[in-house]
Design a binder for this molecule. Structure first.
Ligand code: PRP
Length: 182
């Protein structure tokens, strides 16, 4: 079997090409730039999946953007208990700031629900949510998502920051994960 990451049988049907993703990111950057005119937006990205999306998005924004990161250990998606542990907190004091939470994918919504509730206690001026992918079929927590790239059905996807067992985040496109033996 080839060790070329672009030729792995686990990477199945193409869902969104590099061009489609870049067009989508440009659209989202346009909407965000319009909504945060004359403001500084603090983009809070949730490690690790959202970093690829973040790096493309900020380079298309016309408003001033600062960035910070949070990391959580997510038990929620596994057992739906919603138990989330904070592994890395923000460096920034967000009191009075306009915060945009950035995700690669929202699934059950439990991770984001935890983060929003946590950040709200710090009294930011506003909190909005932007996600590249929205998979609403498994939603448990009701999240108000202001900016959505693509809605996807209940399938597992890899690429553009999304991983399978730590792999495939580096792919510039998004494909369906193929777990069928070849
Ligand atoms: C993914 C994604 C979100 C979370 C969404 O992270 O980046 O943080 O799952 O799931 P939920 O809506 O069901 O809570 P993951 O746990 O895969 O970690 P990673 O970003 O480091 O890959």
């Amino acid at each position: 079997m080839s060790d070329n990451i672009f030729e792995q049988p686990e990477v199945g049907r193409l869902l969104f090409s590099e061009e489609e993703i870049q067009n989508c990111v440009a659209r989202l950057a346009g909407e965000i730039s319009n909504d945060y005119k004359d403001k500084t937006v603090l983009i809070v990205s949730v490690l690790k999946g959202a970093v690829v999306f973040l790096s493309d998005l900020i380079r298309k924004l016309t408003v001033t953007a600062e960035i910070d990161f949070m990391a959580i250990s997510n038990y929620g998606s596994i057992d739906s208990s919603g138990v989330v542990r904070l592994l890395k907190d923000l460096d920034t004091n967000i009191q009075g700031l306009d915060v945009l939470l950035l995700e690669d994918i929202i699934d059950t919504g439990l991770s984001l629900n935890y983060l929003i509730n946590n950040l709200k206690t710090r009294q930011p001026a506003s909190i909005s949510v932007c996600t590249l992918l929205d998979r609403p079929r498994r939603r448990i927590a009701d999240i108000d998502i202001k900016y959505v790239g693509f809605q996807i059905p209940d399938i597992f996807v890899v690429g553009y920051g999304l991983d399978y067992q730590g792999k495939y985040r580096q792919l510039p496109y998004i494909s369906e994960l193929n777990t069928e033996p070849q």
